[in-house]
Design a binder for this molecule. Structure first.
Ligand code: NDP
Ligand code: ZN
Length: 351
């Protein structure tokens, strides 16, 4: 089969591979919708997870099941399925402890395009199919469905990590597709003010539509000053970090109230250390928590997020700004993700 792969750090290309084998609890799927991710860009061009050779990229897909293992109970050949980007081993001790994303080691629930070939091929392999697939709801827009792989669950995980409560004033730093879903999640959880930090116009417009009350442009001044001014010097209760760089925590600590929580889902792709400002962190005693997490993945989460779409409460299809046709489309879609033209939010590939 054909697949679009990371050949080595900084280099991508099309390769031929064997169709993956199906174990007793697994499924083999063919993609019907795919999307590249900023994480694919970090993986290839920043070498963020180390070198990988001839590894098929991609972890965001809607698929059709073409084979199931003998122990799979709930999925059958021909089923159209939502595929979680994070596919844990649900019988692991880590999953039983509540950290499915770290089953098999830190971040090891992230298997596609990390420990095994990803979804940008004619076929892809899903481990623990009953735990990691979900049926595509009848009539669901394929763009919205594809965003259930990663953008929706990751953005929502930011709101879970930050423990957004009703009435909280919240800053969402970064409003690419992940941060936009964090804005939607914060609104659903009952945030009061939502300060959305970004600079692209279409992202700012969508952030407002999803529930942001203020847009903070980091290119037009220090975001700490802007947010402290808007909150009359008090700062915010909760912060979701879904973009920025290694200095973003420094800014986040400065604008967070004592007792506040920072939920980070941003993938820190380079550098060795993250700076925390000592005095603003209460000399270590400020009760300002930083929680960073990979989203948990799995079927129940996909099914619940799909319900929010079916019930018309979230509209992730609005993230899709560019659409490509056919498997070949993953290459220009990924390059677009790398170059980030200003009118891009998220590209989609339909097969
Ligand atoms: P984008 O690049 O589309 O968005 C990044 C956002 O951050 C943009 O709004 C951008 O603004 C903003 N930004 C950039 N620099 C700064 C800065 N210095 N200060 C403040 N804001 C800034 O990324 P995605 O939404 O696709 O992904 C966000 C992150 O989430 C990535 O690191 C990705 O790898 C990660 N991720 C994590 C996952 C997880 O499970 N934890 C899963 C999937 C993704 P502008 O408007 O100027 O572009
Ligand atoms: Zn992704």
């Amino acid at each position: 089969m054909k697949g679009f792969a990371m050949l080595r750090i900084g280099q991508t290309g099309w390769i031929e591979k064997e169709i993956p084998a199906c174990g007793p609890m697994d499924a083999i799927c063919k993609p019907i919708a795919l999307a590249p991710c900023t994480s694919d860009v970090h993986t290839v061009w920043a070498g963020a997870i180390g070198d990988r050779h001839n590894m098929i990229l991609g972890h965001e897909a809607v698929g059709e099941v073409v084979e199931v293992g003998s122990l799979v109970k709930d999925f059958h050949v021909g089923d159209k399925v939502l595929v979680s980007a994070i596919t844990p081993d649900w019988n692991s001790l880590a999953a039983q402890e509540g950290y499915s994303m770290h089953s098999g080691g830190m971040l090891a629930g992230w298997k596609f395009s990390n420990f095994k070939d990803g979804v940008f091929g004619e076929y892809f392999h899903v481990n623990d199919a009953d735990g990691n697939l979900a049926l595509l709801p009848e009539g669901m827009d394929l763009g919205a469905a594809c965003m259930i792989s990663d953008m929706v669950p990751t953005g929502f995980h930011g709101a879970e990590l930050a423990d957004i409560q009703f009435g909280d004033n919240v800053a969402v730093i970064g409003i690419g597709p992940v941060g936009l879903m964090s804005v939607a999640a914060a609104a659903i959880r009952g945030a009061a003010e939502i300060y959305a930090v970004g600079s692209r116009t279409n992202c700012a417009n969508l952030a407002r539509e999803y529930g942001a009350t203020d847009i903070i442009n980091y290119r037009q001044g220090d975001i700490v000053e802007q947010i402290m001014e808007k909150t009359h010097g008090k700062g915010v209760d909760k912060i979701i970090v879904a973009g920025g760089n290694n200095d973003t925590f420094d800014q986040a600590i400065r604008m967070l109230k004592p007792g506040g929580i920072i939920g980070n889902v941003n993938y820190l792709g380079e550098g060795d250390y993250v700076k925390i400002p000592r005095v603003e962190w209460g000399c270590g005693m400020g009760h300002k928590a930083i929680r960073g997490g990979l989203m948990p993945g799995g079927r129940l989460r996909s099914e619940k997020l799909a319900r929010l779409i079916v019930a018309n409460r979230i509209h992730p299809e609005k993230l899709i700004t560019h659409t490509f046709q056919g498997l070949e489309g993953v290459e220009p879609a990924l390059m677009m993700m790398k170059d980030k033209p200003r009118d891009l939010i998220k590209p989609l590939v339909l097969l």
